[in-house]
Write a protein that binds this ligand. Sequence first.
Ligand code: BES
Ligand code: MN
Ligand code: ZN
Length: 500
Amino acid sequence: MDLRAIVGQIDAQSTQALGLGLFEDEEMPLSGVAANLDQNLRGAISELFIQGDFRAKKNETLALYTYGLIPAKRIVLVGLGKREAFSADTLRQAAASLAKKARELGVSELHVSIPEGKVVMSPATAAEAIAEGASLGLYRFTEFKTELNDQKPDPDRLVLVTPESDEFSEIEAGLRTGQIIAQSTALARTLVNGPSNVVTPSHMAQAAQEMAAASGLHCRILDKTTMEALGMRLLLSVNRGGDEPAQMVILEHNPGDPKLPTVVLVGKGITFDTGGISLKPSQNLEKMKGDMGGAAAVFGALRAAALLDVPLHVVGLTPLTENMPDARATKPGDVIRSLKGLTVEIINTDAEGRLILADTLTYAEEFIPDAILDVATLTGGRVIALGDHAAAVMGDDDLIEALRRAGERTGERVWPLPLFEAYGEQLKSEVADLMNVGGRAASTITAGFFLSKFVPDDIPWAHIDIAGLGLTDKAEAYTPKGGTGFGVRLFIELLRNWRA
Ligand code: BES
Ligand code: MN
Ligand code: ZN
């Protein structure tokens, strides 16, 4: 969908549809743009309110026809919910609802105005939210659908109309930013939606290379031989059971500029998690194609960082492998020496994410980072603790605080869990330095605690557990069922607001 800005009056636009957002507690008589349109339509909009046919509940939509009273063919109303709850997320959701309604109606071009007055948001922020919401809302994964007959085409164009010519370039920039972020999120969604027989570690590596070439990122891939030479034995221990060779993707934005702070993003890339020899039950096992959601989020974040040219040296590290059972697979009780030198007793081969992340966190030291963040579909305990509405975060207080702010702004919210030293007791091994699991109690925390042992000394680090959030079966306004791209928008918001 093409997104553009124009200077003009919304009610003068000759178009297939005008989008109009209204609040649930809208006062009568209407004011501003809504009042103008209502007058032109001889009170048709206020009548809908008075009769209670349209209440402007969040994401409620209704199309009305203009019979030549204004140049636009129809007005599509969208509910914004309560005025006092209005935020950028309201706008993202409303834009998504409008875009989907336009698609359903077969409308190819939709004009909307930037929210007026009384709204606590710059025109650029509003434009960004509208672009992001509309584009994310229209996302569909159709790669494996042979019959597309019943699928309506997306609208060709969304036009943001402002009467203020001095706001034009700000709005245009906001639209571009929103679109870059949405497309980067879509990249992550598509990788998560892709089945594991297609989205293998090598497929991920190739996708990263193509994306890097198109967005101006540096990209290198470490192959198995290199990993062996480096001593990434924990990562390789997870790879043993599968036929697909492990891959480590290294993406860099602004490499070799020593003046810039370096932020390393690490993403778990298990392209399918069977559990290994500690085999998972088959119920919902298909969801484990999404166990590379962390890696996908890192790809998306790096893409956006490059295209938005954030003034940081950003590094993306994604260890990629399947976790399969096999005669050669790692077995419970096996002891592996990590890249860091610590030995790990593998009690449960299904606790594989922390193993591939541990060596990668250690390897991150190569980049002399100012901060390291990792994102991973790591524990079922995350789902039990926080459900659908927040990822779990652990680690450095300042990073957690920055992530919380970024989460509030993007709607990809995070909530902290403690890493008290006492949790370390649960990971003590009889035969090695650590066990890879700490029992059922506080499993999200003990997983985070395990990771903390492999983070290079004195480097601020935060761990984000997104288990269950990368792949959803509940559609939301701008998040259809399937891959969500969770983490892309959180990370890019964090990077854009980085304090040196
Ligand atoms: N990939 C899973 C975690 C997961 C669970 C992701 C549900 C998405 C939805 C992870 O590798 C795993 O198996 N974790 C185990 C660890 C346990 C064996 C200590 C878990 O949390 O049950
Ligand atoms: Mn597992
Ligand atoms: Zn896993």
